[in-house]
Design a protein around this ligand. Structure first.
Ligand SMILES: [Fe+2]
Ligand SMILES: [Fe+2]
Length: 317
């Protein structure tokens, strides 16, 4: 654990240490944004200067906690040498960071579009720009970390990439912000699980820590935007929005670890994909981590029956 993690400021209520998030539902977007702006001014970090990127990597350190590997607990995992497991978790986590970059690109565009003509003097507008700046630095951090850890890139399937392109130019209001929230929550659960694990490469732990800290502000902002957007919407729009968000969530979760990551780790891709599909351990990890997200979607009326089907298929509920 680094000094920054021990800092009282991380735990003083701005950035909850656990996932019982401080309730701000009665405050409204402007008040929440004001608090988040103050928090961002005090607590923003820069991985490019904070991490010594020239340090050699310890050969026995993982890319993520072994328990977060998509193959942990399978027969394939049990047959692997420790060296293969280390290589697998590094490629898996590089893939997760790369899919994170893909989504952060979508997110930045959606947030900028949403505030194209806005109340520039408002805290809400100013926090939107902080979020875009954060995401830009995060993507750079993920890109640099992937370069160092595996020296390659992972991209979503071309069909998913095309759907993402449509999503980023059409999504607005609750679809945009609930979509953002879902992606941020999913990445967050992985990173919280790995940031204090000393079996993981130290620079990756720092990457996780920085991302978890800054994303907790983004998630509060997104929740508030969703609450505002769903006020008074009709049945049809609610049904459509809930389904669009669930479909997006399904694509993100199933894209996180690309098949190429298994190939690059020296595994048989077909066997890895087959064992991952039936890996009840990994499915349980995803399910238990999405509890808060599902509660929130239910609270704002976006957990409709058709949407539930997608979340079940992705093992998020
Ligand atoms: Fe981010
Ligand atoms: Fe974010």
């Amino acid at each position: 654990m680094t000094a920054a993690m021990n800092s009282p400021s991380v735990l003083d209520g701005d950035e909850p240490a656990d996932r019982t998030v401080v309730s701000m539902r009665d405050e409204g977007s402007e008040q929440v944004s004001e608090r988040l702006l103050k928090s961002a001014a005090r607590l923003s970090r820069n991985a490019m200067t904070e991490i010594d990127w020239s340090q050699p990597m310890e050969p026995d350190k993982h890319g993520c906690s072994p328990e977060w590997s998509t193959l942990y607990g399978t027969d394939y995992w049990n047959e692997m040498t420790e060296e293969q497991r280390v290589s697998l978790t590094r490629h898996e986590f590089a893939s997760i960071m790369n899919i994170g970059i893909w989504f952060e690109m979508i997110l930045q565009e959606m947030v900028l579009r949403d505030h194209y003509v806005g109340d520039y003097h408002s805290a809400e507008y100013q926090f939107a720009l902080v979020e875009v700046a954060d995401e830009c630095r995060h993507s750079l951090m993920f890109a640099k970390a992937s370069e160092k850890m595996v020296g390659t890139s992972y991209r979503p399937h071309p069909t998913v990439a095309r759907l993402g392109k449509i999503f980023k130019v059409t999504a607005k209001n609750e679809v945009a912000y609930a979509g953002i929230l879902v992606a941020e929550e999913i990445l967050d659960v992985f990173q919280r699980g790995c940031m204090r694990d000393d079996r993981v490469l130290p620079f990756i732990r720092t990457v996780n820590e920085i991302h978890v800290l800054e994303e907790s502000r983004h998630m509060k902002y997104a929740r508030e935007e969703v609450r505002d957007a769903v006020k008074g919407i009709g049945w049809a729009r609610r049904q459509f929005s809930a389904l669009a968000v669930a479909a997006g969530a399904y694509m993100i979760v199933t894209s996180l670890v690309q098949p190429q990551a298994y190939a690059d780790a020296g595994l048989d891709v077909h066997r890895a994909m087959a064992e991952r599909r039936t890996n009840s351990h990994f499915q349980a990890m995803i399910r238990s981590s999405c509890t808060h997200l599902m509660e929130f979607l239910d609270e704002v009326g976006l957990l409709t029956k058709p949407a539930l089907r997608y979340y079940r298929r992705a093992h998020m509920i």
